[in-house]
Design a protein around this ligand. Structure first.
Ligand SMILES: [Zn+2]
Ligand SMILES: [Zn+2]
Length: 333
């Protein structure tokens, strides 16, 4: 960048002294010299100064903090030796996405870790036997040190109570600075202070970071969605993700999806992130159940458009849900 600025300065000075040189030499090089210098300056601008200038253009205020998602996630491996149990992705400074490897468990669930100024929230603890507790505690302590905080409380809550999302819970039980919300309706409603489950939406403040916590029973009785106002990301667990949407209570599920549509009506939704990927990149095609290695899997993120598509497909079924394959997910009652 510095080199580019120096080059432009040289070009400008050269343009100014060109007539003097021509005068001294008593020749008229101006058309050639000037076009060469203008060309030189243009190249400098293209190579260095333009990107520099663009980077200084203030970003429009989106109203939320953006982040980066990978084009592909590690989704297992053809050979598993040495493959770590978890891949940790920093979506932005205060938002981590943790993907369990297919080598560790075929469910390959996603876990989410969000940091506020006083509390962090871990959503889910993974599938099968892992060392999730150690990995998460390390992440939290690194973040705390980077932010010069003496301590930070960790809340361990869940997207829902199925075994592939709560298996590491015991590794957080009884720890100092950790509050574990047990995956049952009594604990969930008491911790989040729900008084009218599932019709009520409550908030959770992590310290200058507020989440809306939305009951979405239907896939499972304690299913929750979390809307992070800081990033405008909506976390939907197993209720909506690029895969097979299993439904245990049809009426509750239909109402929950309608609730999410209504809730997001007046909000930005940067991404809808669920807790599995089962679809491939080929529209309408999923991997078979139990696949451990998915080299061509669908991206994790969905948008509000897919939420509306799901809501409409459910409405068309008029209370009696049947299997329906859509482009990015499958309704699987
Ligand atoms: Zn589930
Ligand atoms: Zn699951």
């Amino acid at each position: 960048m510095r080199l580019a600025s120096i080059s432009v300065t040289i070009a400008v000075v050269a343009l100014q002294i060109a007539p003097k040189i021509e005068g001294i030499l008593a020749v008229d090089y101006s058309p050639m010299i000037r076009s060469l210098l203008v060309g030189f300056a243009a190249i400098c601008v293209l190579l260095g100064t333009c990107p520099e200038a663009i980077s200084k253009v203030p970003r429009p205020d989106l109203g939320f903090r953006p982040g980066v998602l990978p084009d592909r996630w590690p989704a297992g491996a053809a050979r598993c030796a040495g493959v770590p149990e978890f891949h940790i992705h920093r979506y932005n400074e205060n938002f981590y996405i943790i993907r369990q490897s297919g080598c560790s468990n075929y469910e390959k669930p996603f876990l989410y870790l969000l940091f506020g100024r006083t509390r962090a929230l871990l959503i889910d603890t993974g599938a099968g036997r892992t060392e999730v507790g150690k990995r998460i505690r390390k992440l939290v302590s690194n973040w705390r040190i980077r932010h010069h905080l003496r301590s930070i409380q960790l809340i361990v809550a869940h997207s829902h109570a199925h075994g592939d999302h709560i298996a590491g819970d015991s590794q957080f039980a009884g720890l100092r600075d950790v509050t574990l919300v047990s995956p049952n309706l009594a604990s969930v409603t008491s911790f989040f202070r729900f008084t009218r489950w599932p019709e009520e939406i409550v908030t959770l403040d992590l310290g200058s970071r507020v989440l809306d916590v939305i009951p979405i029973p239907g896939h499972e009785a304690t299913s929750l969605a979390y809307y992070d106002r800081e990033s405008a990301v909506l976390l939907t667990g197993d209720t909506l993700y690029p895969g097979r949407l299993y439904i245990s209570d049809q009426a509750a599920y239909v109402r929950s999806i309608a609730r999410l549509v209504e809730f997001t009506r007046d909000k930005s939704v940067a991404h809808i992130l669920g807790t599995h990927i089962e679809n491939t990149r080929t529209p309408y095609l999923d991997y078979p159940i139990g696949t451990t290695y998915q080299p061509d899997e669908h991206v994790l993120e969905l948008g509000r458009g897919q939420l509306i598509e799901l809501n409409e497909a459910l409405a068309e079924m008029r209370g009696s849900l049947v299997r329906k394959v859509l482009r990015d997910f499958t309704i699987s009652p």
